[in-house]
Design a protein around this ligand. Structure first.
Ligand SMILES: Cc1ncc(COP(=O)(O)O)c(C=O)c1O
Length: 190
């Protein structure tokens, strides 16, 4: 269902998964992160909550997905340091060319697959191109938990470790977030 076979880290929600995944990229302060201008707010606010700057991309009126040509232009111009690629309404983005060009320039991609669990494009699932892929198990989603839920899947050890640290709120400070002390936070992070 998801094209990553390594590490799955649970989160309280889709937005938490996005915040953790973006934090795990280790971007510099003020980094610019390309994201579609048509999505649930968390795709962009997770960038801002990490202290980074969302760079909004126009959408194709047919699909309401981001315009590949604009993303490629940003990548080629060096106008973004990372990308959040949002698969929307069960539609997969075409990420082949973007991933190739971004990869050549060391620009990582986080896939927001909150609305795309089970989707495929050219035989590939979400996760085929991203450094990490974020899922939501909100009751409104394809697979719904009771109340809320999320996860990120990644084959990068640094992102997996950041997610393990951040989901225990007192172990690491998350920019822009209140830190709450709970009993479970005392547990050691593996
Ligand atoms: C594309 C996208 N990303 C992230 C989220 C946030 O996930 P959650 O429903 O767990 O808050 C949503 C929720 O609608 C979404 O549609």
């Amino acid at each position: 269902m998801i094209g990553v076979d390594r590490s799955t880290q649970v989160a309280n929600s889709g937005p938490d998964a996005l915040i953790f995944a973006i934090a795990g990229l280790g971007l510099k302060k003020g980094a610019r992160v390309g994201v579609t201008s048509m999505t649930f707010i968390a795709s962009a606010s997770a960038i801002a909550l990490n202290g980074f700057r969302p760079v909004f991309v126009d959408v194709d009126p047919e699909t309401m997905l981001w315009r590949t040509d604009q993303v490629l232009e940003l990548v080629r111009k060096g106008a973004v340091d990372a990308l959040v690629a949002v698969h929307l309404y069960g539609q997969m983005l075409d990420l082949e060319e973007i991933a190739r060009e971004a990869g050549e320039r060391g620009i990582p991609i986080i896939e927001d697959a909150a609305q795309a669990i089970g989707s495929t494009r050219n035989g590939k699932s979400p996760g085929a191109h991203g450094a990490a892929t974020c899922l939501s198990f909100d009751p409104t989603k394809v697979i719904g938990a009771c109340g809320s839920g999320g996860a990120l899947v990644t084959d990068r050890d640094d992102i997996a470790r950041t997610a393990r640290l951040l989901r225990h709120p007192c172990l690491v400070r998350i920019p822009g977030r209140a830190q709450v002390l709970e009993e479970r936070d005392a547990r050691r992070v593996p």
